[in-house]
Design a protein around this ligand. Structure first.
Ligand SMILES: [Zn+2]
Length: 91
C-alpha cells in the first residue's frame, strides 16, 4: 500500500516542509486495511472510537467489521457526534 506519508520524506529545502508535515487536513489518508481513500469523518470517528492519537485509520466498512456494526450505524454515530456533542474532532 502506498504510504501517504512518503511525501514527508522529501528534502526540506526552505524549512517550511517540516511544519506542513505535522499539519492535519491536507494530507490524504487511506484505510490501512483495504486502502480506500478516507474521508475526514472516517478519520475523526476512528480517533473518537479507537485511538485519539492514531496516525493510521480504517474506513467505515473495515471499522464496522471490527466493531460488529455496520457502516450505516457508524454514519449515524458521526452525525450524532457532530450535531449533538459538537465534538472537536468533527469539524
Ligand atoms: Zn477499509
Amino acid at each position: 500500500m502506498e504510504r501517504a506519508l512518503r511525501a514527508c520524506g522529501v528534502e526540506d529545502v526552505n524549512g517550511a516542509g517540516a511544519a506542513r508535515c505535522g499539519a492535519e487536513g491536507d494530507m490524504e489518508h487511506n484505510c490501512k486495511r483495504c486502502g480506500k481513500l478516507l474521508e475526514g469523518d472516517e478519520i475523526a470517528l476512528y480517533r473518537k472510537l479507537i485511538w485519539r492519537e492514531a496516525s493510521e485509520y480504517l474506513c467505515l466498512e473495515c471499522l464496522s467489521k471490527d466493531l460488529s456494526s455496520s457502516p450505516e450505524r457508524l454514519r449515524d454515530l458521526i452525525h450524532y457526534y457532530r450535531t449533538k456533542q459538537k465534538c472537536c474532532l468533527f469539524v
